[in-house]
Ligand binder design. Structure first.
Ligand code: ADP
Length: 220
């Protein structure tokens, strides 16, 4: 059930959250509106189960979890609020070293960067498993050979919503996304001139699951 609350309805929820139980006269006074103007909003908020009212006591927030508010929260939360630190390796490290890093860092996907530190690719557990099944010498072959290569890497930026990140993971059937910001290295700086995506984090299905549990527990 997706319910889009109006700004005024959100303000009413905030007031009731802070001051409830509170009468409709008091809510109206807080918003400098008449009781009659508020009546439809209070009716809607009560009907969908966000508010409850008791005669002579006033309005208070329902104790029940509010699934439709979770949708609102997900639209508000940004990738930067939930992202983890990135686990990156250079594209010239060997498959063997990539596997060791994956184990030591306890991650399912490594982000691969080039000599400027820019996003070059990603490599997943199965990418590494696949190559170990063949005849390749994993002590010699660089991880760059098996990675999914930029620009085919799906990424997000810190200001994107968590919803957008989750939607991309579902759409592309992947476990995680690098969090990046476009960056230019100008002439004169080391490695310049060049431009690319600087890796500032990662967001994974684990972040989303943790968030889901926290939302369920009433956090945020
Ligand atoms: P696994 O293959 O270990 O189950 P994924 O489902 O995340 O892990 O990866 C599936 C494939 O998608 C792999 O080949 C991997 O390189 C690629 N992949 C993983 N993350 C991304 C991403 N952010 N953008 C593009 N491709 C990705």
């Amino acid at each position: 059930m997706a319910i889009q609350l109006t700004l005024r309805q959100k303000k009413i929820i905030e007031i009731v959250k802070e001051k409830g139980p509170i009468t409709s006269e008091q809510i109206a006074a807080e918003l400098s509106l008449t009781r009659a103007t508020l009546r439809p909003d209070l009716a809607i908020l009560t009907m969908v189960g966000i508010l409850e009212a008791k005669p002579r006591v006033g309005y208070y927030l329902t104790k029940k979890p509010l699934p439709f508010l979770i949708g609102d929260e997900l639209q508000k939360l940004k990738v930067k609020d939930v992202k983890s630190r990135p686990v990156v390796v250079r594209d010239d490290v060997t498959i063997y070293d990539a596997i060791v890093t994956m184990m030591l860092e306890d991650v399912g996907t490594l982000i691969i960067v080039d000599e400027s530190g820019f996003l070059a690719g990603v490599v997943s557990r199965k990418d590494l498993l696949k190559i170990t099944l063949g005849q390749a010498d994993i002590h010699k072959v660089p991880v760059g050979v098996v990675m999914t290569r930029f620009p085919n890497v799906i990424s997000v930026q810190p200001e994107d919503t968590v919803y957008e990140a989750a939607r991309k993971m579902v759409q592309y059937q992947i476990d995680g996304l690098p969090v990046v910001v476009p960056r230019t290295i100008s002439e004169g700086e080391p490695g310049g001139p060049s431009e690319g995506l600087e890796v500032v984090g990662r967001i994974t299905k684990t972040n989303i699951t943790n968030l889901f549990v926290e939302l369920g527990a009433g956090k945020f």
